[in-house]
Design a protein around this ligand. Sequence first.
Ligand code: PMP
Length: 364
Amino acid sequence: QTHFLSHSLQAKMSRRVQARRLEGIDKNVWVEFVKLATTYSKVNLGQGFPDFPAPDFLTEAFTRALGGGNHMLHQYTRAFGHPPLVKVLAQFFEKLLGRDLDPMTNVMVTVGAYQALFCCFQALVDEGDEVIIIEPFFDCYEPMVKMAGGTPVFVPLRPNPPKDGKLMSSADWQLDPAELASKFSERTKAIVLNSPNNPLGKVFSRGELGLIAELCVKHDVLCISDEVYEWLVYDGKQHIRIASLEGMWDRTVIIGSAGKTFSATGWKVGWVVGPDRLLQHLRTVHQNSVYHCATIAQEAVAQGFQRELMLYGKPESYFVQLPKELQQKRDWLVRSLDSVGMKPIIPEGTYFLVADISPFSESP
Ligand code: PMP
């Protein structure tokens, strides 16, 4: 009897438990670096989040929502986005994109931009589909494409160092138009665009976006446009939304993040904006996975956007102030790294900075 029992238990335990879709995607750069930083008590500059508080108007909105007596804010809200948030996001993006938006069908709220990306890949990518990813890239695109059964196809931004010995800028990293075009085929379902780009801080120019848009239209390809750093652009550069280019609205999903927008990454409120013909499928993934994002956080973010809508383009706007402050920090970090002999690549946007440390290499 005992023998039989242990045998059957063993047989059960020897069975492979993980789904095949997890093969090769179990490693994660953040998990590894966070562990290394804690093991060796090092400052972890790897993960992108602010070391300063979120703005008062936002945290006050959260506190008001929490204690303000509206007990419904502690309950479920609409699955695809708390109505005040989708409404104000629609109003805001109407301004940015210059087109009418329906808050109920053109906007969906997600658990951070991360879940927005997950919904995109699950909803839009099938077995055998190819997805073009521009290198270097935010690490989760690759495993998310693979988990959806798709094949990532990489195309690099190539550096053109300035000849005059000046520091390189993220603008010196460019796509080779012929190389980019060679990656598109009838198997290509989508391209992931991340401007401003993590980790280089590159802000794609209108010309570069035009090239990508032309190829998307020519090959009938979708664009997953990760714009979480849309407000973090420096030196008076302009963030251009690829969805506003000819022929692109119908094939683009814009992804945003309150975490990056309002310096509150722990709140994990994100969104997608796009045509209903794409968003309807993202809603299917959302309703069958997380279903819903914390109501109070959505309420507070809605109030943050209402403030920003009122102050749009004015000097008091957080979206005007934040990049100014970060630009000074960027300049300080560039100077510091340069002074110790590293070669920083000056980012045009985001809160990332890549530095060349090859001068420190021991071998020649
Ligand atoms: N996209 C990019 C390019 C990012 O850098 C990040 C966060 N590091 C995300 C998406 C995820 O954003 P969230 O915290 O809103 O999930």
